[in-house]
Design a protein around this ligand. Structure first.
Ligand code: ADP
Ligand code: ADP
Ligand code: ZN
Length: 227
């Protein structure tokens, strides 16, 4: 290898319906591999909280369980990818969600001389997603994700990671909104599985098991894809 060639930062994509466990697994991969988790859902919620123009436009759309416009999401993603910590490599969690976004990502990576190491599809059935989403809560201080049944805090009301007590539930994690989000997933996002398959970067894993078993499978896959 040329002495001036720099190792390219890894680019991993987690594909999967709402509640599949993308955020949970992305945070575990972040710790294990020193990568940066990039969640467009988190970035959009931050924009809504900050009341930026993009956030104001996104708020009602997110509450209805529909997809925010490609233009807004692509701009937010591009700005975030330009930040220096992303040079460690990124795990895209919840992006891309449409073919337009996937094409924009390909163009952005090409500009930077980067490419996708793997797009990993987390496979769960629709019933599991509803159960997962309806019990989801998050630590408001550090962002650690929990579940009433499947991943409770060790001490009720107190974050295992940071000791925070400000637990949050998302306004869109309701039974009605979940139905719209599933429709959006099947119509607009699921076609990306074929998109990445055609590019030879698709991997699928069974995401119906418990969190640690999935993390082990995913870890092995990521190790291989970033070697
Ligand atoms: P996504 O980012 O794909 O929407 P999350 O990672 O937020 O999904 O997970 C949704 C909810 O399900 C959270 O409450 C999380 O604690 C829980 N969860 C994640 N993975 C599993 C799993 N394998 N089994 C059971 N519950 C899970
Ligand atoms: P989940 O994984 O549970 O669906 P996210 O936190 O990824 O939740 O996304 C929450 C909401 O934010 C989505 O329902 C959608 O309105 C918006 N959103 C997040 N990422 C995107 C994206 N890439 N394109 C369009 N909308 C997005
Ligand atoms: Zn915390």
């Amino acid at each position: 290898m040329d002495a001036h060639t720099m190792t390219k930062p890894a680019v991993l994509i987690l594909l999967g319906p709402p509640g599949a466990g993308k955020g949970t697994q992305a945070r575990m991969l972040e710790e294990k591999f020193g990568l940066v988790q990039l969640s467009t859902g988190d970035l959009l919620r931050a924009a809504v909280a900050a009341g930026t123009e993009a956030g104001q436009a996104a708020k009602a759309v997110m509450e209805a369980g529909e997809l925010v416009s490609d233009e807004i999401v692509i701009n937010i993603l591009r700005d975030r990818m330009a930040q220096p910590d992303c040079a460690k490599g990124v795990i895209l969690d919840g992006f891309p969600r449409t073919t337009v976004q996937a094409e924009a990502l390909d163009a952005l990576l090409a500009e930077n001389g980067q490419s996708i190491n793997a797009a990993i599809s987390l496979q769960v059935d629709d019933a599991a997603m509803v159960t997962r989403i309806s019990g989801r809560f998050t630590c408001g201080a550090c962002g650690e994700g929990y579940h009433d049944t499947f991943k409770p805090t060790k001490v009720a009301g107190i974050c295992d990671k940071c000791g925070g007590t400000d637990m949050k539930r998302r306004p869109d994690d309701t039974a009605e909104t979940v139905a719209s989000r599933l429709v959006a997933y099947h119509e607009q996002t699921a076609p990306l599985i074929a998109y990445y398959k055609a590019r030879g970067v698709l991997n699928s894993i069974d995401a119906m098991g418990d969190i640690d078993a999935i993390a082990a499978d995913l870890g092995a896959l990521v190790k291989q894809a970033t070697a």
